[in-house]
Design a protein around this ligand. Structure first.
Ligand code: EPZ
Length: 417
């Protein structure tokens, strides 16, 4: 297993190009099941989660050919309706095959994902919505078995604006009979990206990006030819790195409308935010103000940036309260940041971060994707050497992270353990 070795303390400076968004690409890949294809998806990041999604599509019978950041998927010969335990365990987003398979083939068998490093993460709202559309759902040996002759449009209120649930139900509704209305739907930019791709395939969708999405089912859809949106969480990670190292970093392709909560918090911290042409620049302050954040569904502060922002607050001038309100257990990075000298205590869903003058490099262990990113940021700002193990978590969601940081002047290298 590879490790990252970081000699910290350098100001980062320069411009990086943001890759395609993992969390937009995954539902797009599964949306190819809605029509025979051939589909083409470009600006696809090369990540472990994307390869897992491609492997799942291939297991279902799809022809998948990827090259140079794009993939061609032909789904005319789907001959399996099952997302097996091994793949769902590796990547929870595999449950997004449920809606498309049920809509196009009237059945699906998908392993129920268990809890994970950040919370219990049930899929009850996905299932409740599909049942409201007429699906019969049973649980058998850890698998969800779903059947429907043809899904029917329905009015569905989501108790929580679940991102995956909204995506699964939106895809299912595109081929249902009649109109489906999703209320309290997720408003994340990735939902809008999926809706744009589905519209291009001939779906009838209104309201994506608001809390009420209306989908009128059609008889069939055409192949997709689509470019994945830029990754707002990757972009945010580089911008926080600029703030932590008193550097100046530009993210090319970083879309400021997708990152308003983060950018306004960075300004409160004392950083300067500016857009020039297609590049979003952040200049870090000499002294970091401590600010409070509470994670919320979009357009609130994203839970996927909480760990990275906590690393920044570890170096704040005062005390910051960080409340995680989306997942119940997303503070796994705290113990590792403490090993680097951060002063953080947790009570319930809130971490109190008392800023320290500097972080100290240490051997640390990555526990999940964004926790790993926070350790990289801490390592970049720390005084001496940080060694991060279990970085396979990082490879699930960041493309060429160390190369991109090196291009900004960081001293970071990947070594085989
Ligand atoms: C998506 O996960 C992202 N994953 C996550 O990205 C992200 O953290 C999350 O949305 C929130 O923004 C992908 O897009 C592939 P949810 P998802 O359903 O869809 C509860 C990353 O680091 N809930 O919006 O699984 C759930 O337990 C990650 O890239 C139910 O109770 O998230 C959670 O507390 C990890 N019942 C909350 O809703 C349900 O049926 C939000 O989860 C569904 C969800």
């Amino acid at each position: 297993m590879d490790k990252l070795i970081i000699h910290g303390g350098r100001r980062l400076a320069g411009e990086v190009t943001v890759s395609g968004a993992k969390n937009a690409a995954l539902p797009l890949l599964f949306a190819t099941l809605l029509a025979p294809g051939p589909h083409r998806i470009g600006n696809l990041p090369r990540l472990r989660d994307i390869s897992t999604a491609e492997r799942l599509l291939a297991e279902l019978g799809a022809e998948v050919e990827s090259s140079n950041g794009s993939v061609r998927v032909a789904t005319a010969q789907i001959n399996s309706m099952e997302a097996p335990y091994d793949l769902v365990r590796t990547m929870r987003a595999s449950v997004l095959v449920l809606g498309p398979l049920l809509a196009r083939y009237g059945r699906a068998r998908v392993s129920l994902p268990g809890g994970c490093a950040i919370g219990a993460r049930p899929i009850n709202l996905h299932l409740k919505g599909l049942e409201a559309m007429g699906a019969e759902i049973h649980l058998d040996h850890g698998y969800v078995e779903a059947r429907a002759t043809r899904l029917q449009g329905a009015r569905i209120y989501l108790d929580i604006p679940t991102v995956g649930g909204t995506e699964n139900l939106m895809m299912a509704a595109t081929l249902a009979k009649g109109v489906t209305v999703l209320e309290n739907a997720a408003r994340e930019p990735e939902i809008v990206d999926l809706a744009k791709a589905l519209l291009g395939m001939g779906a009838r969708i209104e309201g994506a990006g608001t809390d009420t999405i209306s989908i009128e089912g059609v008889e069939e859809l055409a192949p997709m030819d689509y470019l994945v949106m830029p990754d707002r969480i990757e972009a945010g990670t580089f911008l926080v790195a600029a703030a932590m190292t008193a550097g100046r970093v530009g993210v090319k392709g970083g879309c400021s409308e997708h990152m308003e909560a983060l950018l306004s918090k960075l300004e409160e911290v004392g950083a300067t935010v500016a857009t020039e042409a297609q590049t979003l620049w952040v200049t870090g302050p000499e002294e970091i103000n401590s600010v409070n954040i509470k994670t919320q569904p979009h357009p609130g502060f994203p839970t996927d940036m909480q760990a990275q922002f906590m690393a920044l607050m570890a170096l704040g001038k005062g005390t910051s309260m960080i409340t995680e309100a989306v997942f119940e257990n997303r503070f796994m990075h705290v113990c590792e940041l403490q090993r680097m000298g951060a002063d953080i205590s947790i009570e319930g869903h809130t971490a109190t971060v008392k800023g320290v003058a500097g972080l100290l490099g240490a051997p640390v262990m990555a526990t999940d994707l964004r926790a790993s990113a926070s350790l990289v940021l801490a390592g970049l700002a720390a005084d001496n050497t940080t060694e991060i193990s279990r970085i396979y978590h990082l490879d699930r969601g960041y493309e060429k992270l160390e190369e991109k940081f090196r291009s900004l002047g960081a001293d970071i290298e990947r070594v085989p353990a």
